[in-house]
Design a protein around this ligand. Structure first.
Ligand code: ZN
Length: 630
């Protein structure tokens, strides 16, 4: 109901504006016009590697493509989260299961007493960005910092279709690494510079997204970045964008004779077109390897030469695997659209960024490959298909987990029938606890971190694998590719994805989006009863859970043969493609708790009846999915 009111309101708003539009555009009566804001950043940064302080200038040309007049704009100042008494600190102190990397445990494993690491940061260890000057089109504007958000009140509102230029001067400090961004982490990487600059918040058809940085996560404005970083000449940088002056820099980027800039520092000049973020890392001890992917980007690997020999060896093994992963994702989702990608040791977990990732460098080879597969897959799901991670974390973490599990299963030659069993196990255990919250919960508002993780990663991955069960796996593959085609370099929402699945499959699927992502309704179907009369057997199934599903059924016979059946779900108004050997039965109308069908064989001939033998339906009680008879 809310959605239709919001839609018709936005239609009303659009009507007068579309009057003068060319006839080629879709009329607003059939589809609301999609728009997105645009930014062009030009930044110059001077980093002091001794004090971890940096100063910067930023010119931001902002294009208001929205139909609205904007009288304020908001910037994220993410480093401000790493200060005692910040919202991130407060949340760490109140959540029952804080991220282990962000706390010290003063108690025991069994009886933990957590201490927020942020609460212990001294003034020269905290993170901050101080905006010292800000103008709009050359005139000073009022601005106020509230936590991690800078609120700018404009003297001259920005009209629809208008461009405006903000010029900013700021000084900042890199925090001791707590999470993602920071200095001198456990693995000794000097600078992990993610979310390090004043970053304009996104404004879309839902309004401003000036979310405070509490834990997770990110949503940015598409645009072009031109970034100059001046830093001690011994430091090697890896990150987003294409280096414009490789032969003045060297460090493994050179394309010809190196003629380094004179002095103690180097100024690295990067350009990154069509991204919504710019990240970098720097260390004086990085090894820098490259690998050219055939018909693909140049891969960069940056990792510390001081790590143990076994780990150095792992980083060599990782390189051709990354190439295979890049090819797998490009084939199964869509071509990787940039000319470079960098796998960088950042020393804390793993996080996806534009054209790069920062990951932990030490640890096992399977861990290193797993985290690289995951973060690289994010280049598609969240980076290019830039859904809002705060609101729909399952669209990026879940889709990433899905394609990562598929890719690793294929690359390692495992080729299992269900590479997603880990996700199903995690989800079912959460669904059977009392801690599950709907996936539509804002990422920061889960009562438990574990509930967030499972909802986003596991339940989000099952959203796809189970969709394949509903519409057929070929239709799912087509849906993913079509999703990429239609929504690359935009901000897709859940409805945008399911509409593509509907168009590809010809089935109605809004019930699936609603039940799976906006409720905690569960799936539980059972083989209820088997009755025999003469040579006929009647099988009865029961729907116990609230969530609807079509059923795949397998019947095993005493003679060793098997028969496959499919019971479509009436509300899909369709049937998935099934092999000729599968008998498609009449559909099941959801409101009926029971469904019965007849087999032309006596009960004595049957050994077992199984619902969903491949385990692609996330049934929370699988015990009653099988009835063994003889
Ligand atoms: Zn992820």
């Amino acid at each position: 109901m809310k959605i239709s009111i919001a839609l018709s309101l936005s239609l009303l708003l659009l009507m007068p504006l579309t009057k003068g539009h060319s006839q080629n555009e879709t009329p607003p009566s059939s589809k609301p016009h999609y728009w997105q804001q645009h930014v062009d950043y030009t930044m110059a940064i001077d980093m002091d590697v001794k004090t971890y302080k940096y100063t910067g200038t930023q010119k931001l040309v902002y294009t208001n493509n929205s139909p609205d007049v904007l009288d304020r704009v908001f910037y994220h100042l993410y480093p401000n989260a790493f200060q005692p008494n910040s919202e991130m600190d407060a949340r760490l102190q109140s959540i029952p299961d804080p991220d282990g990397r962000m706390v010290n445990n003063l108690g025991t494993k069994a009886a933990p007493i957590y201490e927020s690491r942020i609460s212990k940061l001294s003034p020269d260890e905290i993170g901050y960005i101080n905006v010292t000057s800000l103008t709009q089109d050359g005139k000073k504007v009022r601005h106020e910092t509230q936590g991690t958000i800078l609120i700018v009140t404009l003297d001259k509102p920005i009209q629809p279709g208008e461009k405006t230029t903000f010029d900013m001067v700021f000084d900042a400090q890199v925090p001791v690494q707590i999470r993602r961004s920071g200095r001198n982490n456990k693995e000794g990487v000097a600078l992990s510079m993610s979310q390090w600059y004043p970053k304009l918040a996104e404004y879309d058809d839902e309004g401003w997204h000036a979310d405070p940085y509490i834990a997770r996560e990110f949503y940015g404005v598409w645009g072009d970045f031109d970034v100059k970083i001046t830093i001690d000449k011994n430091y090697t940088i890896g990150g987003t964008g294409y280096l414009q002056n490789p032969n003045e820099i060297g460090h493994g980027y050179e394309t010809g004779t190196v003629k380094k800039q004179k002095g103690k520092t180097l100024t690295w000049h990067f350009k990154a077109p069509n991204v919504h973020d710019f990240t970098w890392a720097a260390d004086p001890e990085y090894i820098h390897d490259t690998l050219q992917v055939e018909n693909g980007p140049l891969l960069h690997f940056l990792y510390k030469k001081t790590m143990p020999a076994a780990n150095l060896e792992n980083w060599k093994i990782l390189q051709p695997v990354t190439e295979q992963l890049m090819q797998y994702f490009s084939t199964h989702v869509g071509d990787y659209p940039y000319d470079q990608y960098s796998v960088i040791q950042g020393g804390d977990g793993g996080m996806e960024y534009g054209m790069c990732t920062l990951i932990v460098g030490e640890g096992t080879i399977s861990g290193l490959i797993g985290v690289t597969a995951h973060e690289l897959a994010h280049s598609w799901f969240q980076f290019v298909l830039a859904s809002n991670e705060n609101k729909h974390s399952w669209m990026d973490e879940g889709f990433t987990t899905y394609i990562q599990d598929r890719a690793l299963d294929a690359i390692t030659g495992t080729n299992s029938d269900n590479p997603f069993t880990g996700s199903y196990r995690s989800y079912i255990s959460l669904a059977n606890s009392d801690r599950e919250q709907p996936q539509s919960t804002h990422s920061d508002r889960y009562a438990y971190n574990r509930a967030f993780s499972i909802a986003s990663y596991s339940k989000g991955s099952i959203f796809l694998s189970q969709l394949g069960y509903i519409i057929g796996e070929e239709n799912l593959d087509k849906t993913l590719k079509q999703y990429y085609k239609e929504w690359a370099f935009k901000h897709p929402k859940p409805m945008d994805f399911i509409r593509i699945a509907e168009k590809v499959s010809g089935m109605e699927l809004d019930w699936y989006l609603t039940d799976w992502t906006q409720t905690t309704n569960t799936i539980d179907y059972a083989v209820k009863n088997v009755d025999s009369e003469g040579n006929k057997t009647t099988v009865t199934f029961e729907r116990i859970g609230l969530m609807p599903m079509p059923l795949d059924v397998e019947i095993s016979y005493a003679d060793g043969s098997k028969a496959a059946y499919h019971i479509p779900l009436r509300m899909t108004r369709g049937v998935k493609p099934t092999p000729n050997t599968t008998t498609v039965l009449p559909n099941w109308a959801w409101a009926h708790s029971f469904y019965t069908f007849e087999i032309d064989k006596p009960k004595s001939a049957i050994t077992s009846i199984t619902i969903d033998p491949r385990g692609y339906m996330a049934d929370v009680n699988r015990e009653n999915n099988v009835l063994k008879i003889n």
